[in-house]
Design a binder for this molecule. Structure first.
Ligand SMILES: Cc1ncc(COP(=O)(O)O)c(C=O)c1O
Length: 447
């Protein structure tokens, strides 16, 4: 039973924020958790269980942020809790040596993930993409990378180019890509080495490649863009990009950091049946623990051998984390796991669309399976960064989400992020969420 908005206070969060602000930059450990997104102060979370999280004031929320999608099985999933306890008690957390579990999980990935013939483990999505880019450069002997306008692949220098959904003042024309950068401290070379093309337009990609032939190491793509809300690939688009890269002898790297496990075991390229040369995995791979991986063709991956493209890491292939990945992948291979998850997600997405229509609020619900975003827009679909900047009302979205907080529903207040449904959400919770969505829409409308 969700609490009424009046019964809630977040006073302890307010006080904690004052204290945290003295000792932590912006009171948090990542700007996306700061007052940039959470006004007037972030809600301090204390514990999570199943589909719910609880803040320091004792408020309960049905969680649809799920740690930016990392919690593939929700909070404190019993089998994950068991494996954590067993591993720590019986084995210890980490050896930084060769280990059997590392071979076990890599073997599963090579058998179950299309196009993965060899694996290297690391800790975060950023590290996985950095390594993949270095390998691509080393393998091809070329420097340039093509990425897509607005796409986020972590906070590494070269990939920060055009990596944020905040719109620049002048959006220009499509053949004049926006190379905005949201960070100081990035060397100018990043702009030379990172080329940007619009998403969902294969003609421009083909033209860019032909202009710079012989200089491009790889095209790096997020198969469903999940950092501008959720932008789906047009029918046939991913396949066309694959064909262009193959024809041009350029590596095709698919970044599955947001999509691994959630759409299919290997993520969106398995879901859409697209092949690639390398792929990167993070977030939900570790079910809430920092484990990431790079996978790909053996001959390309072998570039990471000693003396080749360097990839070190004292924390790589953490024993605890890999035991968790093993259980996580086993859970998602259970029969009907994806059918149930997709059906539950569809109920929520359809229900939200109905709420929007009933409230006479212009908006759409865009996504695939358990990953989606609500766009307040007059458009029927949003296809790329410029449409997101031009047509999505990004001011009303956080106001709506704050009204959801008051009604016991948690998701990111950033219009650029997304909702994640997990197998631990229940149909009753979806009903309660839809009631809260309807009430929150009414509350926003009335102000
Ligand atoms: C597509 C994509 N790639 C890479 C990353 C970076 O992952 P991490 O935050 O684990 O470094 C993210 C994080 O949001 C992402 O969405």
């Amino acid at each position: 039973m969700l609490q009424s908005p009046q019964a809630r206070t977040t006073e302890k969060s307010r006080r904690l924020f004052e204290r945290a602000n003295k000792y932590l930059v912006e009171g948090v450990s990542s700007p996306s958790r700061s007052t940039a997104n959470y006004k007037p102060y972030p809600i301090f979370m204390k514990r999570g269980h199943g589909s719910k999280i609880y803040d320091v004031d004792g408020n309960e929320y049905i969680d649809f942020m799920m740690a930016y999608g990392a919690l593939s099985l929700g909070h404190a999933y019993p089998k994950i809790v068991d494996v954590v306890k067993r591993t720590i008690e019986e084995e210890g957390s980490h050896f930084a040596t060769a280990s059997e579990i590392e071979a076990d999980v890599a073997e599963t990935m090579c058998h179950k993930f299309p196009d993965v013939e060899k694996v290297r483990f690391t800790n975060t999505g950023t590290e996985a993409v950095m390594a993949a880019v270095r390998v691509a450069r080393a393998f091809t002997g070329r420097k340039k990378i093509i990425k897509f306008e607005g796409a986020y692949h972590g906070w590494y220098d070269d990939l920060c180019v055009s990596a944020h959904a905040r719109p620049p003042d002048n959006l220009g024309y499509y053949n004049d890509p926006i190379k905005n950068i949201e960070s100081s401290g990035i060397p100018d070379e990043a702009f030379v080495n990172t080329m940007v093309v619009p998403w969902n337009d294969s003609d421009i990609l083909e033209r860019k490649i032909s202009e710079q032939k012989g200089e491009i190491a790889a095209v790096l793509i997020e198969p469903i863009m999940c950092n501008m809300g959720v932008l789906l690939p047009k029918e046939g688009y991913l396949q066309t990009v694959r064909e262009i890269t193959e024809k041009s002898d350029i590596l095709f790297i698919i970044d599955e950091v947001n999509t691994v496990v959630k759409l299919a075991l290997a993520g969106a390229h398995e879901f859409y049946d697209i092949d690639c040369d390398m792929s990167t995995y993070g977030k939900a791979l570790g079910a809430g623990f920092p484990i990431a991986a790079i996978g790909g063709r053996s001959d390309i991956m072998d570039t990471m051998r000693w003396g080749g493209a360097l990839h070190y890491g004292a924390q790589n292939a953490n024993n605890l984390g890999l035991n968790i990945v093993k259980v996580n992948l086993e859970e998602f291979q259970k029969p009907r796991m994806y059918q149930k998850l997709f059906a539950l997600s569809q109920k929520l997405k359809d229900g939200i669309k109905e709420c929007l229509d009933r409230a006479v609020v212009s908006g759409i619900v865009q996504g695939e399976g358990p990953i989606f975003q609500i766009f307040f827009t007059e458009k029927k679909s949003i296809q790329n960064y410029r449409e997101f900047c031009a047509y999505v009302d990004r001011d009303i979205y956080p106001k709506f989400v704050y009204r959801l907080f008051e009604r016991g529903i948690y998701t990111s207040p950033s219009a650029s992020l997304h909702w994640t449904v997990s197998p631990v959400h229940t149909s009753e919770e979806i009903d309660a969420t839809l009631k809260a969505v309807a009430d929150a829409l009414r509350a926003v409308k009335s102000t």
